[in-house]
Design a protein around this ligand. Structure first.
Ligand SMILES: [Zn+2]
Length: 532
C-alpha cells in the first residue's frame, strides 16, 4: 500500500499552505491557501493546481486565514465536489472572509485590466469571484475539537486547538493499516501554532506518539522575551503615548481577524484606565468590522477573565464601513488611531492611509505582525526611504515602530517545545510554512536535541514523499515543479525592479543640477545598451 504527501504550498515560504495526501482510497487536502507576497508566488494563484481538483475527496481546513483557506473557492469552481471539514469558529470566519477575498480578487483584476487595456496587453480574469466564494461555503461541514471524523474509507481525522486564531486547529490524521506492522499510520499537521500567552486563545494542544509531524516554522529563528498581558499592554501604551507626543495619526496595519480584536481590547482597556489618551479609534476595514462581530458572538469560547463583548462595544471605537466614511477619516489632522487591513500593507484601505501619512514626520506606523518578503509592510519595516503605492512614489518620513507582542505565532522555543511534546515521532518531522531563516532556526533547535537530524526534512514546493516506508522517501518531482526552487526562496525580479526605479529617482533628484542629471541618465542608457 502507499500513502504519499505532496507539498503544494507553504514550502520554503509562509503562504499558500496546502498538503496533498494520496492513498489508494482517495485524495485528501490539508488546507488550500492563497499565495501572497512576491509576484512570482502570487502568479501561482492564477495557474492550474498541481492536481486535478475533481479528484480530491475531502479538504481538512486548519483555520480561516486566507493563506490557508484562500484558494478553496477556486478549488470548488474547478470541479472539487467533496466536503470541507472545519471547526465552528473557522466556518463562521470563512463565511465572510472568503467572499471578501473574492471581491478583492475582482477589484484587483479590474484595476490591473484597466492598465493592461491601456498598454495593449491581454486581459486577465480573477482567480475567483465573490460569487464563487459564496458557492464554496455550501461544502463546509462542522467538526468538533478532539472528536474523530471519518473523512474517507480507512482515513479519519481529529482536530486539536492550535491556539492561533478563533477556531484554529492542528489536525491529526490516521491512515488505517498503513503504519508499522499493520497499525495505523499517524500524521499530525500543526497548522499555525499560537504562542503560550496569547490574549484571546488557550495554549495549543495535540496528541503524542506519531509517525510524522508537519510543523510550521514562521518564527522558528526568533526567541522573544516572555510576554505577559501586563508587559504587552505596557509596550502598547508606551507606543501610543509616543505617537500622541509626535502629534500625527497612529496607523496600525493589522490582520483583520484576531490581531485587530486583540488590539482593540487592549486599547479600549488602556483608555478606560486613563493609561493612554482617550481618542477615537477608527476601525477602517469592513472585514475587521465583521470579524469583530463574530468575536463578540464567540465571546464565551475565549479567555474567561476578559470581557470581550463589553470592550468591543466601546464608544471610543468607530467602525467606518462605507467608502465615504473611510474617506472622511483622511481629512482628520492631529492624533487619532486608525486600524486598517491588510496587516502586510499589500492590499486594503491601509494603503490609502499610508499614502496620506507616510511622508509626514509627525505620523507613526506601528507594525504588529509578521511582514512577508516582498510585501509593502516588509519594505517599510526594513527602513526604505521611499515606497511605491498604486504606482505613486511616497517618501517615508513617518516614525516606523514595531511590537511583536501581538504575534499570533509561537516563537522558536515554543515551536521546539510543541514538537518535543509530540514524541515519540517514529519516522520524520517536516518543517514547512517558513522563510529560510525561520526554517533553519527551527531545524537547529530540534535536530539531535529533539529528533535525530536525519529525520528533519525541509521540503521544497511540489516535493513528493512516500510515507509508508520506514523513513520518508523522496519521489521524483522534476516533471511537476511549478517553480524553480531558487525562485521560491529569493526575492523575485519584480521587487528588485521597484527598488531600482526608486534608487534611480532618488539619485537623479539628489544630483546637483540638470547637467549632472543628464550625465546620470546618459550613463544608465549606455549601461543598458552595453547589456544588449
Ligand atoms: Zn494563520
Amino acid at each position: 500500500m502507499s500513502v504519499t504527501i505532496r507539498f503544494c504550498g507553504a514550502a520554503r515560504t509562509v503562504t499558500g499552505s496546502c498538503h496533498l495526501f494520496e492513498t489508494p482510497a482517495g485524495r485528501l487536502l490539508v488546507d488550500c491557501g492563497l499565495f501572497q507576497g512576491p509576484k512570482t508566488l502570487k502568479e501561482l494563484n492564477y495557474g492550474k493546481f498541481p492536481f486535478d481538483p475533481s479528484g480530491i475527496d475531502a479538504v481538512l481546513l486548519t483555520h480561516a486565514h486566507i493563506d490557508h483557506s484562500g484558494l478553496i473557492p477556486k478549488l470548488t469552481s474547478s470541479g472539487f465536489r467533496g466536503p470541507i471539514w472545519a471547526t465552528h469558529g473557522t466556518i463562521d470566519l470563512c463565511s465572510f472572509m472568503l467572499p471578501d477575498a473574492g471581491s478583492i480578487q475582482e477589484s484587483e483584476v479590474m484595476t490591473l485590466n484597466r492598465r493592461n487595456a491601456a498598454r495593449g496587453r491581454a486581459l486577465v480574469t480573477p482567480i475567483y469571484t465573490q460569487r464563487d466564494a459564496i458557492a464554496a461555503l455550501d461544502a463546509f461541514r462542522t467538526v468538533d475539537y478532539e472528536t474523530w471524523v471519518q473523512v474517507m474509507p480507512g482515513v479519519r481525522a481529529r482536530y486539536w486547538n492550535a491556539g492561533h486564531l478563533l477556531g484554529s486547529a492542528s489536525i491529526e490524521i490516521e491512515f488505517a493499516g498503513e503504519g508499522a506492522s499493520g497499525k495505523p499510520l499517524r500524521v499530525l499537521a500543526s497548522g499555525d501554532l499560537g504562542p503560550d500567552a496569547k490574549l484571546l486563545q488557550p495554549d495549543p494542544e495535540a496528541p503524542a506518539g506519531l509517525d510524522y509531524v508537519i510543523c510550521e516554522s514562521t518564527y522558528g529563528d526568533e526567541d522573544r522575551p516572555p510576554v505577559t498581558r501586563e508587559s504587552r499592554r505596557g509596550h502598547l501604551a508606551a507606543e501610543v503615548c509616543a505617537a500622541h507626543a509626535a502629534g500625527g495619526a497612529l496607523l496600525i496595519p493589522a490582520f483583520a481577524v484576531e490581531r485587530t480584536q486583540e488590539l482593540l481590547v487592549d486599547l479600549v482597556d488602556l483608555m478606560s484606565r486613563g493609561d493612554i489618551p482617550a481618542v477615537p479609534i477608527f476601525l477602517d476595514s469592513p472585514l475587521a468590522i465583521r470579524a469583530t462581530e463574530v468575536f463578540r458572538q464567540h465571546a464565551e469560547s475565549q479567555e474567561a477573565n476578559i470581557d470581550v463583548a463589553r470592550l468591543l462595544g466601546s464608544p471610543h471605537l468607530h467602525c467606518t464601513e462605507t467608502v465615504e466614511e473611510s474617506k472622511a477619516i483622511a481629512k482628520l489632522t492631529g492624533f487619532h488611531i486608525i486600524i486598517a487591513a491588510s496587516g502586510m500593507c499589500d492590499a486594503g484601505r491601509i494603503r490609502h492611509h499610508l499614502k496620506r501619512w507616510l511622508w509626514h514626520s509627525k505620523a507613526t506606523v506601528l507594525l504588529v505582525g509578521f511582514q512577508a518578503q516582498g510585501t509593502l509592510g516588509r519594505f517599510i519595516a526594513d527602513g526604505v526611504k521611499a515606497v511605491r503605492i498604486q504606482g505613486e512614489e511616497i517618501k517615508v518620513a513617518a516614525r516606523i515602530r514595531r511590537i511583536d507582542d501581538y504575534s499570533g505565532h509561537a516563537d522558536g522555543p515554543e515551536l521546539a517545545r510543541w514538537i518535543a511534546a509530540r514524541r515519540p515521532i517514529a519516522r520524520g518531522v517536516f518543517l514547512v510554512h517558513g522563510e529560510e531563516r525561520g526554517l533553519a532556526g527551527l531545524s537547529e533547535r530540534i535536530a539531535e536535541r529533539t529528533v535525530p537530524a536525519a529525520k528533519v526534512f525541509m521540503p521544497l514546493l511540489d516535493d513528493l514523499y512516500e510515507l509508508t516506508t520506514a523513513a520518508p522517501t523522496p519521489l521524483d518531482t522534476s516533471q511537476r515543479r511549478r517553480l524553480r526552487p531558487e525562485a521560491v526562496v529569493n526575492l523575485d525580479w519584480h521587487n528588485d525592479m521597484s527598488k531600482l526605479i526608486l534608487d534611480i529617482d532618488a539619485s537623479i533628484e539628489a544630483a546637483a543640477d540638470d547637467r549632472a542629471r543628464g550625465v546620470i541618465i546618459r550613463r544608465l542608457r549606455r549601461a543598458l545598451e552595453g547589456e544588449a
